[in-house]
Design a protein around this ligand. Structure first.
Ligand code: IPM
Ligand code: MN
Length: 343
């Protein structure tokens, strides 16, 4: 049998509680077909507080050889904001060239949306993951003086944009065949125009896929007034960050939101993580909902080529939410319930 080597960064807070459930579901679902070998990596807040290490070079190098990375959550109120985000999460996304940040949103039966007229919400945001304002290009001069100047430069390369645009079109072909490019081309004229031209050019190769365009500010309105209009939303790194938090909220909270940071060329491992954070307020009590972690694990399966098994897990999760979504359950109980449905 084929063995898949998975690096596990459970991380902090509820990440440590939901990730083992995702692993159990994976192991159960793959049996008889292949095997997973999980290797834990001690990275995150605890490690940083213990020995000051965030992501040492040798561990980054070691991670490179895995087939995928399963990540729980990173973050701790004792650590200054930005240190682990940039030093661990963003470093992994950039080092492993995870240029597609894939974030599906679906309103499940049994979940209450805060929208009065939610309609059928089922779209996926394809967020560019390695460029834009996240590059860290820019700087500050005369810091702390009244003459201080701070710049953040958004880097958009034709190469980087084209590859994520192609990914979005390929994905649209497997869905309802519609792409909405979200940008702010009326103000960010250089990057916006380039994104638009690349979408138009690549779109010619996909005559079945329709595409339209929406400014980011208008997109945030449509997301609450008419989210069913979206199928594939294609956007840059920062717009995608903001829009996917809103997307999580309209489908009833980020507790159901999975994500994949994907190196679609296959050169480096891709990373799968729930969108929610480490939730220190409920950590340690065994009550965190592992649904998003399980759905992220299903995304990992799909990435590894197990489409059918991924679908089975998603169906089990969907049924679980519909029937038991509003019943208070422990983290482990939700895992057992999902596995029982797979049986
Ligand atoms: C996310 C997070 C990260 C991001 C932070 C923690 C750096 O908000 O995954 O959406 O901005 O990408
Ligand atoms: Mn975010």
């Amino acid at each position: 049998t084929q063995v898949h080597y998975i690096a596990v960064i459970a991380g902090d807070g509820i990440g440590k509680e939901v990730t083992p459930v995702a692993q159990q579901v994976l192991e159960y679902a793959i049996q008889g077909v292949a095997k997973f070998e999980f290797t834990p990596f001690d990275l995150g807040a605890e490690r940083y507080l213990r020995d000051g290490a965030i992501l040492p070079d040798d561990e980054l190098e070691a991670l490179k050889s895995y087939d995928a990375i399963l990540l729980g959550a990173i973050g701790d109120p004792r650590i200054q904001a930005g240190i682990l985000e940039r030093g661990l999460l963003l470093k992994l996304r950039f080092a492993f060239d995870q240029y597609v940040n894939l974030r599906p949103s679906k309103l499940y039966k049994g979940v209450t949306s805060p929208l009065s007229k939610p309609g059928d919400i089922d779209f996926v945001v394809v967020r560019e993951g390695t460029e834009g304002l996240y590059c860290g290009a820019g700087g500050s001069v005369r810091k702390g003086t009244p003459a201080e100047v701070a710049t953040e430069v958004s880097i958009n390369t034709a190469y980087g944009v084209e590859r994520v645009v192609r990914y979005a079109f390929d994905l649209a072909m497997k869905r309802r065949k519609h792409i909405t490019l979200v940008h702010k081309k009326n103000v960010l004229v250089n990057a916006g125009d380039m994104w638009q031209r690349i979408v138009a050019r690549v779109g010619e190769e996909y005559p079945e896929v329709t595409h339209d365009y929406c400014h980011i500010d208008a997109a945030t309105i449509y997301m609450v007034t008419e989210p069913s209009r979206f199928d594939v939303i294609l956007t840059d790194n920062l717009f995608g960050d903001i829009l996917t938090d809103e997307a999580g909220a309209v489908v009833g909270g980020v507790g159901y939101s999975a994500s994949g940071c994907i190196n679609a060329s296959g050169e480096f491992p891709s990373m799968f993580e729930p969108i929610h954070g480490s939730a220190p307020d409920i950590a340690g009590r065994g009550i965190a909902n592992p649904t998003a972690a399980v759905l992220s694990a299903a995304m990992m399966l799909r990435h590894l080529g197990y489409d059918e098994i991924a679908q089975r897990i998603e169906a089990a999760v969907e049924a679980d939410i519909e029937q038991l979504g509003s019943t208070p359950r422990s983290t482990e109980q939700v895992g057992r319930d999902i596995i029982a449905r797979l049986a």
